[in-house]
Design a protein around this ligand. Structure first.
Ligand code: NAD
Length: 469
């Protein structure tokens, strides 16, 4: 079997060989953007931004929407490539590609609705609030949702009248290139440019004279970007990692709670920013809950994403696999009980679906992001302990609370996270922002409040009575 340490960046040839994480086989090759080229690309983006921002919202919308039929046509091919490059099951890869094609129409309309000027008025003054583009945006994205994260960064930026330099993850450059190439068939030159590379290209982009960095990725890289951007007071939107807690209270519907725990711990092999990574269960129901969770884990099929019926794929690369196994091994050494999985998945980058119990809060697996298919169950005496432990984290992306609705709602209000679900996951109603608290984020995206972050708000005021300045 080929080396599964994806991706292979061959410095001499300046190419990235993208690797299928399930098989270790190469998926394709792509030229790396020389760091020296980035300043000229930013100049080109700035020049293109003048005429792009001079178009009306309707004109930009028409251009973007004109790409939809071609993207929809290509979605099965792009989705399959996504699966081969990143590992998630094919229906999910194709689903992501389809959403990032069909979804453009609604997203464009929602962004425009958020950015139309607003009027404020008092006795003396009439003010127009304008949501104007910043200029040139650097969109830097991760590999775990290699199209969705691109879509959420690029579409609002473009609708607002910015031009974009997109740097996709070095793990998934091929799928991003395919999507951007089809979109670029509709866009004027240099409105959307691709920067291919790793951290070096990301750093160079942040250091270049761009106006806004829209970053989704790890907390460490986010902190670096915030520091780098501070010199020029560049605007930043950072969507970072998580260690999401789930609280299960006595009185919860245990079947539903266990089904959610399995789905949200193992989906995308746990490589989801809002994965459930810690489960605090009131002791009276801990055993029953764990039993149901193990049953669910047992029933989920793991394997290469291209195989029929597979629900969970591999880790993105060897490094990520080693990180997850290290956390599991350390927890077992410190007394954790393995209810399911827990061992090395053998060849390839597979980590078996793992359910652990008898955990302590000071274990690495209970405090640092795992990003793997591991459900960690900790029994607590009372909801108050669950809240205290859940909030004892530097992360604060999402959380969920399961139980009798009134009690669960009261517990949810005490959780320190950006997005909290009561008897459900964290996703909000249409128009809700995607937002992390504490070290899980800085700024937010999506929904009216998120879309406005791609803009400089300006107020233009005039007097209401004749001749008043
Ligand atoms: P990563 O931080 O390693 O890389 C993300 C992107 O940033 C890549 O394109 C990478 O090349 C680039 N990069 C890395 N260091 C950089 C630097 N110093 N300056 C500029 N660019 C840099 O993250 P990853 O491994 O690709 O993704 C996994 C992480 O992303 C997890 O922590 C996950 O929780 C997080 N994530 C968060 C959200 C969210 O919405 N909050 C969504 C998806 C993923």
């Amino acid at each position: 079997m080929a080396d599964t340490t994806a991706p292979q960046i061959t410095l001499a040839a300046e190419t990235i060989v993208s690797i299928d994480p399930a098989t270790g086989e190469p998926v394709g090759e792509i030229d790396v953007t020389s760091v020296d080229r980035i300043p000229q690309m930013v100049r080109d983006a700035r020049f293109a931004q003048r005429s792009w921002s001079a178009l009306s919202f309707e004109q930009r919308a028409e251009i973007l929407k004109s790409a939809v039929p071609r993207l929809v046509e290509e979605a099965p091919r792009i989705g399959e490539l996504l699966t081969r490059e990143m590992g998630k099951p094919k229906p999910q890869g194709v689903g992501e590609a389809t959403y990032c094609a069909e979804g453009i129409t609604d997203e464009v309309d929602a962004v425009i609705e958020a950015l139309l000027p607003e009027v404020l008025e008092d006795e003396h003054t009439n003010t127009t609030l304008r949501f104007d583009p910043y200029g040139v945006v650097a969109a830097i994205t991760p590999w775990n949702f290699p199209l969705l994260m691109v879509f959420q960064s690029v579409i609002p930026a473009l609708v607002a009248g910015n031009t974009v330099l997109l740097k996709p993850s070095e793990e998934t450059p091929l799928v991003a290139r395919e999507w951007a190439t089809v979109l670029n068939e509709a866009l004027p030159p240099n409105v959307l440019q691709l920067v291919i590379g790793d951290e070096r290209q990301g750093r160079a982009l942040v250091e270049s004279p761009i106006d806004l960095v829209v970053f989704t990725g790890s907390r460490e890289a986010g902190k670096h970007i915030l520091r780098e951007a501070s010199g020029g007071l560049k605007r930043v939107i950072l969507e970072l990692g998580g260690k999401d807690p789930m609280v299960v209270l006595d009185g919860a519907d245990l079947d539903r709670a266990a089904a959610f725990a399995a789905r949200n711990s193992f989906r995308n092999a746990g490589q989801v920013c809002v994965s459930t990574e810690r489960i605090y269960v009131e002791s009276s129901i801990a055993d029953a809950f764990t039993e149901k969770l193990v049953e669910r884990a047992d029933g989920m099929k793991q394997g290469p994403g291209m195989e029929d019926g597979v629900e969970v794929g591999p880790m993105i690369n060897r490094r990520q696999k080693d990180h997850v196994l290290r956390q599991i091994e350390a927890a077992i050494k410190d007394g954790a009980t393995v209810f399911h999985g827990g061992e090395d998945g053998g060849e390839g980058n597979f980590v078996p679906l793992t359910v652990l119990g008898d955990l302590r809060h000071d274990m690495d697996i209970m405090s640092e992001e795992t990003f793997g298919p591991v459900a960690c169950v900790m029994s607590v005496d009372h909801a108050d302990d669950a809240v205290r432990l859940a909030n004892d984290s530097r992360f604060g992306l999402a959380a969920s609370v399961w139980g009798d609705p009134e009690r669960a709602e009261a517990v949810a209000a005490r959780m320190n996270a950006g997005m909290i679900g009561v008897n459900r996951g964290c996703g909000g109603a249409e128009g809700s922002p995607w937002v992390g608290a504490m070290e899980s984020g800085y700024g937010w995206h999506s929904g009216k409040y998120g879309h406005r972050q791609f803009c400089q708000i300006r107020t233009i005021s005039r007097g209401r009575s004749k001749g008043e300045g």
